[in-house]
Design a protein around this ligand. Sequence first.
Ligand code: UDP
Ligand code: MG
Length: 308
Amino acid sequence: MKKLSIVVPCYNEQENVYDFYQETQKYVKEIQAEIEFVFIDDGSKDQTLSILRDLANHDENVNFISFSRNFGKESAILAGFHYATGDAVILMDVDLQHPPSLIPIMWKYYEEGYDQVIGKRNRKGEGFWRRHLTNLYYKVANQLVEISITNGVGDFRLLSRRALNAVLKMSEYNRFSKGLFAWIGFHEKLIEYDNQVRMDGNGKWSFKSLLNYGIDGVLSFNTKPLRVAIHGGTYITIAGFIYIFLTLINYFLHGIETPGYFTTISAIIILGGVQLLFLGIIGEYIGRIYCEIKDRPHYLIQEKRVKE
Ligand code: UDP
Ligand code: MG
């Protein structure tokens, strides 16, 4: 019999873990497969870990890994993938925003031969600003990266063993799973579901963390932003020469008339801003090289219960 691993990162989710487990149980019964859960406690400060211990004591198919501190969802995903032993894995959030009712459907497509069965949420019930800003983000981001990331597609998906192994081969430190999944390719199947409101507790995304996530998404894939800097620099330089040329003609025809205070200040401000921006982009890449070169572990485990 085939085996399905359900990988679930959890960070301060004491209200959700048990409900998630219960709810998921209902649907995994529908499929013909051995099931294992791999929960990752991402350094929670609440009772998440003791609930996981409890679940593992009662159900031998429940595995968990507990990090020594909060390493972030991306590291949790990586750890879960590492310890998953299934022929396929499904990656899910614990707050039931990824409906477990899709598990049997994903499994069906897996058995039909798809390597990635991807949950795509429509953005029902989401705020006006968030919806429009994300739309804009995807437009810009897809211009800047070679892979194409579909709006509404997140981490919720099934991966076959070979797709999973492909993801595990990418050992980069700055991980942007959404992009990694898109990068590997293989046979993909999109299935749509209704946006769910978070079950309990608060989402842990602030505007700032979303912006950082967005920057990661663009920068972690290629060096195109540097290319944009070269283009921008070229145009500005050309514009500068044209301006000097016109000013010289003006000087020979009419002599010097205006002191040019406004132009000088505008040029300084704009060029200063542009230079800082691109210096920041270059710095960001160097920072990433620095991180990769240190080659630190992605996470540290302080307790685990897994079959090895
Ligand atoms: N999560 C995690 N580590 C973190 C933040 C979040 O493992 O540092 C988990 C969290 O417990 C949840 C999933 O990642 O299962 C998605 O988190 P959340 O619901 O806060 O994000 P959103 O649904 O807004 O993307
Ligand atoms: Mg959520």
